[in-house]
Design a protein around this ligand. Structure first.
Ligand SMILES: *Cc1c(COP(=O)(O)O)cnc(C)c1O
Length: 394
């Protein structure tokens, strides 16, 4: 019988019986791996994708995390990368080259857009951005040379939910590879490979590590897609540090309980924020009146802790008065740790990150990560922030 997610998280990727009974897999620090005979050396050349042959090719520490992620995503194979963005690069390099075309969601993670418009363009790959709400309309953008459709749902700044199964069906009919950045939902809340995704990228830096102390990416691949991804990772020289992999394995064990609390706190914050006159709109698919709620309900099994609050237009000074004085919400990049974060983003910055769609709001966006603090303490911090804003005047 297949194990349920919580059980997979607890038991995946570890084998105490093979490790002196010790509960957690060991951290292997390795570069050189010694071969006892010429035959063993030659054997390792014949299959570089398997086994332990050189530090960069992976150690049992990496394989433990990969095995756990494979089980969670129902994947053929998984590949760890040195960061989430490195994982994106590995995947795009695996399937795209000179003369190829890629369709990328307009709501894509900013540095992924930069990668497409910079390095990939220089390598002769053309990118077209599509409206994240395009659904079956994606068909009209597919060209003979379109090799990859790159989705991310919801967008991690603007939170549009995509109809991934419909987009994947259209892409597959065309023979394109469907890639998804599933960092927001993790393998727990959106089973990407079951919804038609071929290759799934997780910025493990966020919820999988979960404690704001490591950079890591993991790629999971449906049957037939593992080998090209692994070969690209090896070719680029991508590899993750073993201590960071260990931190991801440790974080994984508590992912389900953390996510449940992140969602509960996010919902409570939204309920309160909704009643503040400075808040124009909330962007969180778990809310019934969110534009993506119907799709989210159909495809997702929960929400994580990251959401947006669009504020009514205000002066920079008023915004600064609010965010500079937060006691619990930290201001900074990344998210998915145990702690709460608030990141203000100007409408101009949001508009500059889009080319296929308009950003419709005139006020700033406050991207919030609901951490694991008591939600009423977080509300107190927000309340004081809004009061400072009111005192500063518009
Ligand atoms: C953070 C993030 C990444 C990149 O992960 P890093 O580990 O920071 O390189 C990719 N996609 C999304 C949606 C992210 O939030």
């Amino acid at each position: 019988m297949p194990r349920r997610k919580e059980t997979q998280l607890t038991h995946g990727g570890r084998n105490p019986a093979a490790n002196h009974g010790i509960v957690n897999p060991p951290v292997y620090h390795a570069s050189t791996v010694l071969f006892p005979t010429l035959a063993a050396l030659e054997q390792s050349h014949s299959n570089p994708l398997e086994g332990v042959s050189y530090g960069r090719y992976g150690t049992p520490t990496h394989f433990a995390l990969e095995e756990a992620l494979c089980e969670l995503d129902g994947a053929e194979g998984a590949v760890t990368a040195s960061s989430g963005l490195a994982a994106v690069h590995v995947v795009l390099s695996a399937f795209l080259g000179q003369g190829d075309h890629v369709l990328v969601t307009d709501s894509v993670y900013g540095p992924t857009r930069k990668l497409c418009d910079g390095l990939l363009k220089k390598q002769g790959v053309e990118t077209t951005y599509y409206d994240p709400r395009i659904g079956d309309g994606i068909r009209s953008l597919l060209r003979p040379e379109t090799r990859v459709v790159y989705t991310e749902s919801p967008g991690s700044l603007t939170f549009e939910v995509q109809d991934v199964p419909t987009i994947a069906a259209a892409a597959h009919k065309h023979g394109a590879v469907v890639v998804m950045d599933n960092t927001w939902a993790t393998p727990l809340l959106f089973p990407a490979l079951k919804h038609g995704v071929d290759v799934c990228v997780h910025a493990a830096t966020k919820y999988i590590v979960g404690h704001a102390d490591a950079m890591l990416g993991v790629i999971t691949c449906r049957q037939g897609f593992y080998e090209p991804v692994r070969r690209a990772a090896l070719a680029i020289g991508n590899c993750a540090g073993p201590d960071d992999v260990y931190l991801a394995l440790r974080g994984l064990r508590t992912l389900a309980v953390r996510l449940r609390q992140h969602q509960q706190n996010a919902l409570r914050l939204c309920e309160w924020l909704r009643r503040q006159p400075e808040v124009e709109r909330l962007l969180y698919p778990a809310l019934e009146d969110d534009a993506g709620h119907t799709l989210w309900r159909r495809d997702f099994t929960g929400g994580s802790g990251l959401f947006g609050a669009v504020l009514k237009p205000c002066s920079r000074a008023a915004l600064a008065a609010m965010v500079d004085g937060f006691k619990l919400f930290g201001m900074g990049y990344s998210w998915g740790g145990y702690e709460s974060l608030a990141l203000p983003i100007t409408p101009a910055a949001l508009a500059a990150l889009r080319t296929a769609t308009d950003w419709p709001h005139a006020g700033p966006l406050l991207r919030l990560h609901a951490g694991l603090e008591h939600p009423e303490d977080l509300i107190g911090d927000l309340q004081a922030g809004f009061e400072r804003m009111r005192q500063a005047g518009r």
